[in-house]
Design a protein around this ligand. Structure first.
Ligand code: TPP
Length: 272
């Protein structure tokens, strides 16, 4: 399945946002802010870019995706449900005991999840391993890894960045969800990321800056990444935390909390 129509992809993104809010509301917990900021990125990956098959989720030849900012699992589950990897009904089990849909993604519970994540800073190292394996075995699959901008304040990320360029992992595409907010404040307040593009360039990456809510720019970015040889690519996607729900946008307080009944109704109305 490859959807190329921008309007169609925007419609899917809207449905994914509804799925995110429904999961968090039903569970009375979760992370809506950073899930809503990466919605279009995931939509483009899962409906336009990645070579995946919902009927064979463990196909060795599939492209891999690592949601390194694992707290945003609702966005990934919402996407997997729309793409047919799981039943939509299953979204209601998010964060329940014994559910396949744990608060943070668990690859041992759910086919379609390529890596267990949640402890920030580790995903890029694993993605490196996958990309290196694909190259050594001539498997041909690509690896995508999504990082949060708060997450990249972890030192392990920069060690992994050096390794990715040392091994010329041009089959690796990192996406930075650059929404400017962290768990309880701005990323700049916690530990500044000034000259973000220069930082990644100096670590040996090909850098592409996009508006992370613009489907066409995202598709162009991923296509350019595929054509880039000899080095890994990072797509730095400028986004808005809480995108799509007026009272959640750009508010750190919506990093990890559920809406009240009244807020839920307003949110769903805004997504109509
Ligand atoms: C190693 C580790 N330290 C701390 C946390 C707690 N934590 C969860 S989310 C978060 C902030 C992440 O910010 P960012 O990467 O910008 O995520 P986004 O804004 O996209 O949700 C923190 C500190 C964690 N999950 N793992």
């Amino acid at each position: 399945m490859k959807i190329t129509d921008t309007k169609e992809l925007e419609k899917i993104a809207k449905q994914i946002r509804k799925n995110i809010i429904n999961q968090v509301y039903e569970a009375k917990s979760g992370h809506p802010g950073g899930s809503l900021s990466c919605t279009e990125i995931l939509t483009v990956l899962y409906f336009n870019q990645m070579n995946i098959n919902e009927k064979e989720p463990k196909d060795e030849a599939r492209d891999r995706f690592v949601l390194s900012k694992g707290h945003c699992s609702t966005a990934l589950y919402a996407c997997l449900a729309e793409r047919g990897f799981i039943a939509k009904e299953e979204l209601k089990t998010f964060r329940k005991i014994h559910s396949k849909l744990q608060g943070h993604p668990d690859m041992n519970k759910l086919a379609g999840i390529d890596m267990t994540t949640g402890s920030l800073g580790q995903g890029l190292s694993v993605a490196n391993g996958m990309a290196l394996s694909s190259k050594l075995n001539h498997d041909g699959y690509r690896v995508y890894c999504m990082l949060g901008d708060g997450e990249i304040e972890e030192g392990q990320i920069w060690e992994a960045a050096m390794s990715a360029s040392k091994y010329h992992l041009d089959n690796l595409c990192v996406i930075l969800d650059y929404n400017g907010l962290q768990i309880d404040g701005t990323v700049e307040e916690v530990k500044g990321l000034e000259n973000i593009e220069g930082k990644w360039k100096s670590f040996g990456f090909h850098t592409i800056m996009v508006d992370g809510h613009n489907i066409e720019q995202l598709i162009d970015g991923f296509e350019t990444a595929k054509m880039t040889k000899g080095k890994p690519t990072i797509i730095i996607a400028k986004t808005i935390k809480g995108k799509g729900i007026s009272f959640m946008e750009n508010k750190a307080e919506w990093h990890g909390k559920a809406p009240s009944e009244e807020e839920y109704k307003i949110a769903m109305k805004e997504l109509e």
